[in-house]
Design a protein around this ligand. Sequence first.
Ligand SMILES: Nc1ncnc2c1ncn2[C@@H]1O[C@H](COP(=O)(O)OP(=O)(O)O)[C@@H](O)[C@H]1O
Ligand SMILES: [Mg+2]
Length: 260
Amino acid sequence: MSNNMIEVTNVDKKYINGKESNHVLDQVSFHVKKGEIVTLLGKSGCGKSTLLNMVGGFEKADVGSVMLDGQEVTRPTRKCIMLFQQINLLPWRTVLKNVELGLEGEKMGEEEKNKRVMDALKLVSLEEHLHKFPHELSGGMQQRVSIARALAMQPDVILMDEPFAALDTFNRYLLQDELLRIQEKMKTTILIVTHDIDEAVYLSDRILIMSSHPGRIFKDISIKLAKPRDRAGEDYHYYRKRILQDFELSGNRQEPEYTI
Ligand SMILES: Nc1ncnc2c1ncn2[C@@H]1O[C@H](COP(=O)(O)OP(=O)(O)O)[C@@H](O)[C@H]1O
Ligand SMILES: [Mg+2]
């Protein structure tokens, strides 16, 4: 039995637009071990979301394979849940009812359903806000509701596409800590897409730096620092600097555009 939860092998993807062909992913291979937090880091347009969508079963590779826990991914499943930056809560449903939504259609008793929902809400510290509506919550709290909805489904894998990008720094830090605390407890495998180097170094066991046009895995770097990490620490800065250097080497450096 493989220790890998996610295995992506030789994936190639082109989008055809009329006569133009956009080679988005070229020979992409990587794996994520069970219980690992791995980040795909790369600049906008390098194919991160396309790759994440393939793992989630929303997008198909032209060539190559994507395996989840030993099975080929052909469609989205409840084993692998995607969380987006845009929070998609139903405004007319309370916190509790929004989390219950994740379990709709599942064959389980009311008691088990309630327990799962409450456990998930406790994990994100929202048990005192059950009957509030989304508009009564801050952005950070809304994102926690969507995390709780995913957790209630007890997935093997959570995929996150720039999940905290819309939050202010303090809320982002808070949620990053919350995510680590939950992951420590649940051992969920997490694959995150971000262009935020600090977020990548803070959260990841491994960082996969992508280059663009076409998207490739440029480097696979293990962050060998105990968690929780000290953002002000020397070791942390060593990794931050190293990732930044590799990021620039990969062609990710954004040249300023002068319009004179
Ligand atoms: N459904 C699609 N149809 C056509 N082109 C797409 C589609 N999705 C993404 N692309 C193109 O693929 C490239 C990579 O996009 P994306 O995976 O969203 O990058 P990232 O998430 O790294 O910013 C971009 O050039 C984008 O315009
Ligand atoms: Mg994207």
